[in-house]
Design a protein around this ligand. Structure first.
Ligand code: HEM
Length: 233
C-alpha cells in the first residue's frame, strides 16, 4: 500500500513535469504572458528552433517582449492586431532607446492557434535563429535569463506589416522579468505542442520575477519588484 502510494506520487510528478515542462511568465496585471519551449536535440545549436506562445490583450495597442536586459541588444517580438483576426508578430532588434529595427535574419513560422479571440491576441510561433543575434544571445543554461517587455495601450496600430512604425511605449508600460530557461528545454516530441499560456490564468510550473522599470524616473537603478506570479514545477 505504502509502495503504491509512493509509486503513484512519482507517476503524478512526472506527468505534471511533462505537462508543464516549459519556461513561462505571466504578468500579474494581465499585460502579457509568455511560454517558451526548446527542442532538446537542437538546443545547443544557435539556429535551432525556439517555440513561443505569447498572449496579450487585443484592445490595448501593441505589446512586446524581448530577450535581453535592456532595449539595446535585445531581440524583440512586437505583437499587434493584423487584418481580420490575425495577429502580427514583428521581430526586431533593439538598438538603444529608439524604435527597434525589423530583423529579417530571424525567421518566424506562425502556427495554428494564432489569432484574436475573446479580446486576446495569441501568437504561437516557431522562431529560427533566435538564440544568437547581432549583439546578444539566449542562454539556455540560465536560470535567470533577462527579458524585457513594453506596451503602448493607446497605439491604434492594426496591420499585417511586420515593419510598421510603432509609437513609443507609454510611461507605465515597460520593464524586465527573468525566466528559468533550463525549464524550457524539453524532449522534441513535447516541444511541438504549443505551450499553454494565459495572462489571466497563471500556469503552474511558471517561473519568473518582474521588475517594473517604469518606476525608474530618477534613473537610479533602484528596481522595484512589483508582483511577478511564479511557482516551480
Ligand atoms: C517606437 C518605439 C520605441 C521607442 C521610441 C522607445 C524609446 C525608449 C526610451 C526613450 C526609453 C528611456 C526611458 C523613457 O524615456 O521612458 C526607453 C526605455 C525602455 N524601453 Fe523602449 N522604446 C520603444 C520601443 C520599445 C519596445 C518595443 C520595447 C520592448 C520590449 C521597449 C522596452 C524598453 C525598456 C525595457 C526600457 C527600459 C530601459 C532600457 O532597457 O533601455 N521599448 N525606450
Amino acid at each position: 500500500m505504502h509502495f503504491l502510494f509512493y509509486r503513484d506520487r512519482i507517476l503524478i510528478k512526472s506527468l505534471v513535469n511533462c505537462i508543464y515542462a516549459q519556461a513561462t511568465f505571466s504578468e500579474a496585471s494581465g499585460l502579457f504572458s509568455i511560454s517558451v519551449k526548446i527542442p532538446e536535440s537542437t538546443s545547443q545549436l544557435d539556429n535551432g528552433n525556439v517555440e513561443f506562445t505569447i498572449q496579450a490583450p487585443a484592445n490595448k495597442g501593441w505589446t512586446a517582449v524581448g530577450i535581453g536586459g535592456t532595449m539595446a541588444g535585445s531581440l524583440i517580438f512586437v505583437l499587434y492586431p493584423g487584418s481580420g483576426n490575425n495577429v502580427t508578430v514583428s521581430q526586431r532588434l533593439g538598438r538603444g532607446e529608439v524604435m527597434p529595427e525589423y530583423y529579417a535574419q530571424t525567421n518566424l513560422q506562425m502556427k495554428q492557434g494564432t489569432g484574436i479571440a475573446a479580446a486576446m491576441m495569441t501568437a504561437i510561433f516557431t522562431c529560427q535563429n533566435c538564440k544568437r543575434w547581432l549583439g546578444g544571445k539566449l542562454d539556455i543554461t540560465a536560470t535567470d535569463q533577462d527579458w524585457i517587455y513594453a506596451s503602448n495601450s493607446a497605439d491604434t496600430i492594426r496591420t499585417d506589416d511586420r515593419q510598421a512604425t510603432i509609437q513609443r511605449h507609454s510611461d507605465s508600460g515597460y520593464g524586465t522579468f527573468t525566466m528559468d530557461m533550463t525549464k524550457a528545454v524539453v524532449p522534441d516530441a513535447q516541444a511541438s505542442t504549443p505551450a499553454t499560456s494565459n495572462p489571466a490564468t497563471p500556469i503552474s510550473g511558471s517561473t519568473g520575477s518582474l521588475n517594473n522599470q517604469s518606476s525608474l524616473l530618477s534613473k537610479k537603478n533602484t528596481y522595484i519588484i512589483v508582483h511577478g506570479k511564479f511557482s516551480f514545477a
